[in-house]
Design a protein around this ligand. Structure first.
Ligand SMILES: [Fe+2]
Ligand SMILES: [Fe+2]
Length: 265
């Protein structure tokens, strides 16, 4: 069997309202992890300004590649209503990536990003029917036995939870094994049945803290590392300890006949 894959999951970088010391330390720590993929679940900037996108771009350029990046609500202009309605992702596509459906695939992992931002409802997000159709079609290209990962900015519980849970159930039915999200600035590792009370095959839910923003909600800055092998995923949560990012929590999951379950938990 081939070796496992290391995925670094960053979120909510919020360039423009970031702590430079954390940014510098994050470079060092991420390089030391030798990731196969760096996934970023949105909110790269604080206010979608060109200067903030430039900083985010140069940060990403300094990290190991490849990357799977999706936009967050903060990557859409908040105050410029004209831009928000007519070309909400202009800055994101100019500076970060034009690819709004980034997909990477090998024999161990299949990973895709979905844009959940909406121009009209700035804070809330949604997986629309077109994205669902695209995931259903492209996931067929995943290698047999590959762990299938979806990256999105918004978690699936707020604010329109019924629609979100319906989308989550459709995505797990389509074969998604792991959801990587951000937005809440709070980390979490569990499974869908536990987090969202869904039916069907349980999948893994991983939410990331803000990696570098100075705007914190109840927990320190942090990011996640996923160590993915055939039918197993270890989710490590790394948190800022005042000096560096260090391992704070690890949860293993394995995939059996009935889907994904937490090991010893
Ligand atoms: Fe955020
Ligand atoms: Fe957000």
């Amino acid at each position: 069997m081939s070796g496992g894959r290391v995925i670094v999951h960053l979120s909510d970088l919020h360039f423009g309202r970031h702590d430079g010391r954390l940014v510098r330390q994050l470079y060092t720590v991420v390089w030391a992890l030798r990731p196969d993929v760096v996934a970023v679940s949105g909110d790269l900037t604080q206010r979608a300004l060109a200067a903030q996108f430039r900083e985010a771009r140069s940060f990403m350029d300094g990290l190991p590649s490849p990357h799977v990046i999706v936009p967050g609500n903060h990557d859409l202009p908040l105050y410029n209503l004209f831009a928000r309605v007519f070309n909400p992702l202009a800055g994101y596509t100019q500076f970060i990536t034009r690819d709004l459906a980034p997909t990477l695939s090998d024999e161990v992992v299949w990973i895709t990003g979905v844009n959940t931002t909406r121009a009209t409802t700035w804070k809330s997000g949604r997986v629309d029917a077109r994205a669902l159709t695209r995931v259903r079609a492209t996931i067929r290209n995943a290698a047999p036995g590959a762990v299938r990962i979806l990256v999105a900015h918004h978690p699936f519980d707020a604010p329109d939870s019924r629609k979100a849970v319906t989308a989550l159930e459709a995505l797990t039915a389509a074969g998604i094994d792991v959801f990587l999200t951000g937005h809440l600035h709070a980390s979490y590792a569990g499974h869908t049945a536990q987090r969202y009370n869904t039916g069907g095959r349980p999948a893994i839910v991983v939410e990331a803290a803000t990696a570098t923003s100075t705007r914190l909600r109840e927990e320190p800055n942090g990011f996640n590392v996923l160590r993915v092998a055939s039918r197993s995923v270890l989710v490590e949560r790394h948190a800022w300890d005042g000096t560096t990012f260090s391992l704070n929590d690890a949860q293993a999951f394995s995939c059996g006949e009935e889907g994904w379950t937490a090991v010893n938990g």
